[in-house]
Design a protein around this ligand. Structure first.
Ligand SMILES: NC(=O)c1ccc[n+]([C@@H]2O[C@H](COP(=O)([O-])OP(=O)(O)OC[C@H]3O[C@@H](n4cnc5c(N)ncnc54)[C@H](OP(=O)(O)O)[C@@H]3O)[C@@H](O)[C@H]2O)c1
Length: 292
């Protein structure tokens, strides 16, 4: 169990990534996480094999308009292996003040956001650029068309969408080839399973955000009980988060984007990609998680 050579990389377009990604929202939105800790967390994830970092224009502090992207650029500047990292960022959703975020999916706003992200990341082209949220006042075709224009101009390499339902995804796919969808999906919240299935059939990478439903599922009240999975994790010497992330990778074929803020949890989660279980053990998880 847990052999390091057992992880099967995942494709996003023509790029290959480690099956567990690292998401940065908390480094900018949680006041308890300082920048040095965020950089250490990124480095720990990269050391553990992670090659996908997820950020957004909207992940920022109030006094800094591109806090998260700047942090990622800083962390990558200290690495000689930065070129193997795929950075995902998103536009069309911005922070207005301490408590307000706005959605603007117009082509003008998306171009402005993209140019700001290019500057903050310090790159000539963004690896993967997503529409953060469909704008209810703008047809999704128009927003995705704007992303496609940015791609044709070479400002972004691949495009995708986030927070879409099945109908929005179908409409977006008619405009341009999409490399990825980023939606909320976790063992305790599988309402998006139809989108997961469509992505698998279409060869579109599915990035599962908040894969632990925003917390360590091993602790605290309200955590799913999962007695058999917990026992299995204990016997195998795995953390419960690592086991649940492994289930997502190996049984659902998604790429979890985990929001770690500590080097230790980032490394622990990254190792989920290498978890090996027997068929009977996977069946225990399948049965118990299906009942949540
Ligand atoms: N596209 C969108 O609209 C959207 C929306 C929400 C989120 N996202 C993306 O998804 C990312 C993750 O979302 P999230 O932070 O809400 O959820 P999450 O990954 O479900 O939960 C993060 C929490 O899980 C803990 N954790 C992670 N790995 C662990 C481990 N191995 N052991 C114990 N605890 C562990 C973290 O603890 P520590 O802090 O102690 O490490 C943190 O408290 C975001 O950063 C963002 O990139 C995208």
């Amino acid at each position: 169990m847990g052999r390091p050579d057992s992880a099967r990389p995942r494709s996003i377009g023509d790029r290959v990534v480690w099956p567990i990604g690292l998401g940065g929202a908390r480094w900018s939105l949680d006041p308890d996480v300082d920048e040095a800790r965020a950089v250490r967390t990124i480095h720990a994830a990269l050391d553990a094999g992670v090659t996908l970092l997820d950020t957004a224009r909207a992940y920022t502090t109030v006094d800094h308009h591109a806090h998260n992207e700047t942090l990622i650029a800083r962390a990558l500047a200290e690495r000689s292996d930065a070129d193997r990292v795929l950075v995902v960022t998103k536009g069309g959703h911005v922070r207005i003040d301490a408590t307000t975020w706005g959605v603007d999916g117009t082509p003008t706003a998306l171009r402005r956001d993209c140019e700001a992200s290019l500057r903050a990341l310090g790159v000539e082209a963004i690896d993967l650029y997503l529409l953060h949220h469909p704008d209810p006042t703008v047809p999704v075709e128009e927003s995705v068309g704007a992303l496609h224009d940015l791609q044709v101009e070479g400002l972004v390499t691949m495009i995708g969408v986030s927070n879409v339902d099945l109908e929005q995804l179908a409409r977006a796919r008619r405009v341009a080839p999409l490399a990825a969808v980023e939606n909320q999906f976790s063992p305790v919240d599988q309402h998006d399973r139809p989108v997961v299935d469509v992505c698998r059939e279409a060869g579109i990478a599915y990035l599962a955000y908040s894969p632990l439903s925003g917390r360590d599922p091993a602790v605290g009240s309200g955590a799913p009980s999962l007695p058999r999975s917990r026992a299995l994790a204990r016997e195998a010497g795995l953390s419960v988060p690592r086991l649940l992330l492994a289930w997502m990778v190996h049984r659902r074929g998604v790429i979890p984007v985990v929001g770690s803020t500590r080097p230790e949890s980032a490394a622990d989660s990254a190792a989920a990609a290498s978890v090996v279980l027997t068929d009977d053990e996977w069946s225990v998880l399948d049965e118990e998680i299906a009942d949540l």
